[in-house]
Design a protein around this ligand. Structure first.
Ligand SMILES: [Zn+2]
Length: 263
């Protein structure tokens, strides 16, 4: 099993809007068009078998449709591990979380910037408590060019990981864009995983090397952030920037198998 733990698919209209801004901000083109067909083609061509699809709800009234889509994807596409969504302002979050659990959804994506809330806001806390060990919780972390503020820092996540020890957190983008040193200082591998999505080329090289030396390697997950980057490109970055050998690379990819009970 070779799982890319950080991908997205988008409605064509959403993709068009995102990519216009993306081109302007990053001065490069995305790797894919955001469609399921192209994801499957790219993923298999790059040597991967499964993909985690991260779906977030930007507003409380999106939760139901995002989760229906998530459950539909899980039923229709056995090679996908689609994540569901919760929103801190959703009055029915308990019901919606229960629906995800009942349908065997394995993870939840939190996007605090899009959700206008800090990750340690009191409204997130009962949701994390209720998630327990049933869901992997991937969080968009750090200070990237797309958002003005920063709603999820490594220090905040470290406190949550201590207070909710049964939740398995994934700090996306190697602990968070532009907060990598803080991630190295305060995060540890116990119930906090890092993913490699859209991060290595933007990190100072010495920090990349420290990350791969000091952070528990079994808690680093392979993620590409398709359609923004391709898995094949992330593989190349792991070889060239992190200096991983062929064996180390595929060992890293296999870390996700245990996390998603797919061994
Ligand atoms: Zn992403």
């Amino acid at each position: 099993m070779r799982i890319d733990t950080h991908t997205h698919i988008f409605h064509p209209k959403t993709a068009q809007r995102l990519f216009t801004e993306y081109d302007k901000i990053f001065n490069r083109s995305p790797a894919g068009d955001g469609s399921l067909d192209m994801l499957e083609t790219h993923l298999h061509a790059d040597g991967f078998t499964h993909a985690v699809i991260l779906n977030a709800a930007l507003s409380p009234w999106q939760v139901e449709s995002v989760n229906s889509f998530t459950i539909m994807l899980k039923e229709a596409e056995p090679w996908l591990i689609p994540f569901g969504a919760v929103h801190p302002a959703d009055p029915d979050w308990e019901k919606h979380l229960e629906q995800l659990r009942a349908n065997g959804i394995k993870g939840i994506k939190l996007h605090p910037e899009f959700q206008n809330e800090h990750i340690d806001d009191p409204r997130f806390l009962p949701i994390l408590e209720a998630m327990g060990s049933d869901f992997v919780c991937t969080i968009h972390m750090g200070r990237c060019h797309l958002f003005r503020g920063c709603c999820a820092t490594p220090a905040q996540l470290a406190r949550l990981a201590r207070d909710f020890p049964s939740v398995r957190f994934v700090a996306a983008h190697m602990g968070g864009h532009n907060v990598w040193e803080e991630a190295l200082d305060v995060l540890h591998g116990k119930n906090v995983y890092l993913d490699t999505a859209f991060s290595l080329p933007y990190m100072p090289k010495n920090i990349v090397q420290r990350m791969f030396k000091e952070y528990p390697r079994e808690n680093i997950l392979f993620g590409s952030d398709w359609p923004f980057c391709r898995a094949g490109d992330t593989v190349k970055e792991l070889r060239a920037i992190a200096g991983l050998s062929e064996q180390e690379l595929w060992d890293l990819v296999s870390n996700a198998n245990a996390l998603f009970n797919m061994t």
